[in-house]
Design a protein around this ligand. Structure first.
Ligand SMILES: Nc1ncnc2c1ncn2[C@@H]1O[C@H](COP(=O)(O)OP(=O)(O)OP(=O)(O)O)[C@@H](O)[C@H]1O
Length: 234
């Protein structure tokens, strides 16, 4: 579904991504683990078209999207939940979800209602301004809003950042359930070992802007060993 080769990108003259290669199959859920500053956000922004690569190619469902703008990628089925979530603070949670329907132009609330079955915590928060929700609730809202546009690929930037542990577990369970029952493809960048192991079928390691290897499947969930691969401590 997503094929990335020889990808280079950065900020002006500052290079960040260095020869990134990735192959992600439809329905897979892949975690990319790395410390602060290793290029996780830059990678997702480049995959979504927010940052233009200086070299390399990105293909999505067989189409070369390397030069496409973010909205055109969204139309093809990609969705991006940025770090910090970008909830509209003065709109109600329900109106935030309605914004997610803009992409498909759906006027009914059928998709939102069906989605809320996966996000029961949001049901009693629908009238509240988005900005009054806790960090974890906002993360759930941002996920549901992204899914309202019916993407096939979801890019997630550090969904656990600044969120209390009880709700982190709920977000992991929600993502795993969505993956299993909808076939959604997920690419997640994180530094939370427990979360990444709970949501991902494969975990790659990013170091200094390069995908430097993969945590062997048998070690997923063994946080001691995972932290040795990555230098990230859970
Ligand atoms: N707008 C920018 N201009 C210049 N350099 C930047 C900019 N944004 C990020 N960088 C630099 O690019 C490198 C990678 O940053 P990036 O945000 O992609 O890392 P990250 O792995 O997502 O880290 P974090 O978890 O702290 O967000 C860092 O050295 C960072 O300082």
């Amino acid at each position: 579904m997503l094929e990335v080769s020889n990808l280079h990108a950065g900020y002006g003259a500052i290079p960040v991504l260095n020869d990134v290669a990735l192959h992600i199959a439809a329905g897979e859920s892949v975690g990319i683990l790395g410390h602060n500053g290793m290029g996780k956000t830059t990678l997702l922004k480049t995959l979504m078209g927010v940052i233009r690569p200086t070299a390399g190619t990105v293909r999505f469902d067989g189409t070369d999207i390397t030069r496409l703008a973010p909205f055109a990628r969204a139309r093809l089925g990609m969705a991006y939940v940025p770090q910090g979530r970008e909830i509209f603070p003065t709109l109600s949670a329900l109106d935030n979800l309605r914004m997610g329907l803009v992409k498909t132009g759906e006027r009914s609330m059928d998709t939102v209602e069906a989605l809320l079955e996966h996000f029961p915590r949001l049901k009693r928060l629908l009238d509240r301004p988005g900005g009054s929700l806790s960090g974890g609730e906002q993360q759930l809202l941002a996920l549901a809003r992204a899914l309202a546009g019916k993407p096939t690929l979801l890019l997630l930037d550090e969904p656990t950042e600044g969120i209390q542990p009880s709700i982190i577990e709920e977000i992991a369970e929600t993502l795993a359930a969505l993956r299993d029952c909808t076939g959604l493809t997920i690419v997640l960048v994180e530094q939370n070992l427990e979360f990444i192991a709970a949501v991902s079928q494969r975990v790659l390691v990013i170091k200094r802007g390069h995908i430097g290897g993969e945590v062997p499947r048998e070690h997923l969930g063994d946080f001691e060993i995972m932290s040795q691969y990555t230098g990230v401590h859970g």
